[in-house]
Design a protein around this ligand. Structure first.
Ligand code: SAM
Length: 219
């Protein structure tokens, strides 16, 4: 059984200090990072790595995102406790657990079956209740649309049109877009029915967004 000791809490406080120094300001995001035990997502052998500001392998060739990346994307979402949010790329479930600290209305979709199943076991074990789905999230999750916020946690070649269609008016999509080596973080806001504003932020490096409106649709 994993425990959350004073030592772990102290390590999280230090991590939050680092994120603050790197420019993260949203108190909801910083509180969420301080609350979620990131070491629960790691094998015992790698516990020391859990509170370093680094991405880490989670199997199936995928990674748990770097805490700074999780904080940066979550801050860009301007998440409120009433928001309905869709996450594309459940992975380990860490980003989803951070989102759940801010709003209970979280939908998350994962393409890789073993990771989807592992994340479900994790959520059940910890009493977390996101709506989880297995499938191609590059097409969004139209059955439950629209969403106030959509966050994509894999690197996309283009902004999938399906995701834009699934935003509410005023809704925000945060997505890294670029080539296989580097992606620019983008925030797209649906300001009116057919009207979107785009903002570009720093470069990041994500694993590829697969699926029909991801890299699989580029061949
Ligand atoms: N959010 C995750 C976390 O907190 O651990 C990190 C995710 S990892 C960087 C990217 C994830 O996106 C991988 O688990 C990968 O399998 C998933 N993925 C890639 N393409 C996808 C798609 N089309 N639909 C859903 N998930 C996808």
């Amino acid at each position: 059984m994993q425990t959350d000791s004073y030592r772990h809490k102290g390590m999280r406080r230090s991590l939050v200090k680092i994120l603050r120094e790197k420019g993260i300001r949203d108190p909801r995001v910083l509180d969420a990072i301080e609350t979620v035990p990131r070491h629960y997502f790691f094998d015992k052998a790698f516990l020391e790595q859990a509170y370093q500001d680094k991405a880490f392998p989670i199997g199936e060739g995928q990674t748990i995102s770097q805490p700074y990346t999780v904080a940066f994307q979550t801050e860009l979402l301007q998440l409120k406790p009433t928001d309905k949010v869709l996450e594309i790329g459940t992975g380990s479930g860490y980003q989803c657990s951070v989102l759940l600290q801010i709003t209970p209305h979280v939908y998350t979709i994962e393409y890789n079956r073993p990771l989807y199943e592992k994340a479900n076991i994790f959520f059940r074990k910890h009493g977390l209740k996101p709506h989880t789905f297995h499938g191609d999230g590059s097409l969004g999750l139209p059955a439950h649309a629209p969403y106030d916020k959509i966050i994509v946690t894999a690197g996309a070649p283009v902004v999938p049109k399906e995701l834009l269609r699934q935003l509410t008016i005023g809704g925000i999509l945060v997505i890294p877009v670029g080539n296989e080596n580097t992606q620019k973080m983008m925030r797209i806001t649906r300001v009116a029915e057919g009207e979107f504003t785009r903002e570009e932020f720093a470069d990041f490096k994500f694993v590829p967004l697969l699926g029909r409106s991801g890299w699989d649709g580029q061949e």
